[in-house]
Design a protein around this ligand. Sequence first.
Ligand code: PHE
Ligand code: NA
Length: 459
Amino acid sequence: TGAQEGAHSKRGFWSSRLAFILAATGSAVGLGNIWKFPYITGENGGGAFVLVYLICIAVVGIPIMMAEVLIGRRGGHSPVNSLRQITQRDKLNPAWKWVGAIGVLAGFLILSFYSVIGGWALSYVGTSAAGQFSGQTADAVGGIFSGLLSDPMTLLSWHTLFMALVMVVVARGVSSGLERATSILMPGLFVLLLIMVGYAMTSGHFGEAVSFLFQPDFSKLTTSGVLVALGHAFFTLSLGMAVMMAYGSYLPKNVSIAKASVTVSVMDTGVALLAGLAIFPIVFANGMEPGAGPGLIFQTLPLAFGQMPMGTLFGTLFFVLLVFAAWTSGISLLEPLVEWLEEQKGMNRTVSTLIAGLVCWVLGIASILSLNLWSDVAPLGMFAMFEGKTIFDLLDYLTANILLPLGGLLVAVLVGWFMSKQALQNELSLSEGGFNLWYNTLKFITPVAVLVVFLYNLS
Ligand code: PHE
Ligand code: NA
């Protein structure tokens, strides 16, 4: 392990187990939890979808997160080089390093639209702080949102600001300042969500929301809903694009990969469920449509902030924290692309960040336009599966539901079927029962689950 320790000491370890958990949680908890989870749950009929999503987290998400962190720690380098290191050491086909390439591509595509939604959140900080939500009706709040979507220049300015925020941090190298900020702001987000849930309890429709979220009605579940739930398990835990490999490479040897992965996954899931419990009572109390789509939180939460005591303060704080959560995730989306440009093209960090950021920014413009001027453009509309999907919808669909699960599937196959079992045991140092549970799940259940869901959706 001499060479490996050398590599580690040059790059530095996370200061502690906590630091890894903070960074991984910073990547995981983001728009996926607060923006995406509630709206896809609404679109897919609630309880049964939530149940499938939770099963996917347990059976697919957590085992793959452990596998990714393990590859990162064992490889000790950036994802592509960690994969190369591992394939060389275990004499495997070098083509496995392409798993890293899928990650680079997925990160780039996701960030392009993620930044546009991050821009919505930024704009809502201002709207909220100006007191514009206070005392508004559902219609008025809906009007503020549709006004934003119909205005490409305003969307572009916020998208630009969000990308700039991400680029500044990535250009400087992931800083310890961010780590410290995460340790304060993440708990802050959690507390604020709890306050929102508390407020939602007073709306008189809390019970309805609880049964919507937790009482499975399987007649509402479709095969495409199952794919969306699976895809979201990858998206929300930042899996399938080598982010957790990158962070795992900084994890000290004496830290339990299993405990760290479970902790991150539980926190991520907790934030998503709290967001659901905060939003759906408001949806039902105001006779709104659960399947309203991507605008759901931007049309419901402001309504609640507009009615609750100190709503302007809470609302502003909430959107600030949402921006922060999106920001830490955005950084982890840009990082692989920048690292790849540095390593493969020999560019320095500033130049790589500028190029990578600029390309994401340009692609983001297509997403912005598909919210207004191009809202009727469905580039793959000739396929039944993609009917009516705008560029924005397609980027979201193809990354979350295809690229990420594909990346994760390859990780599961590499670790479960090709790496030496002894090496895995050394790396995880679990009890025999715990190890076998993880190993057999990853080897058999995870790949079969992903493949079956894929095939059902092709047919
Ligand atoms: N997990 C992030 C979220 O839920 C999004 C993300 C996906 C970040 C993939 C990194 C990699 O918002
Ligand atoms: Na998430």
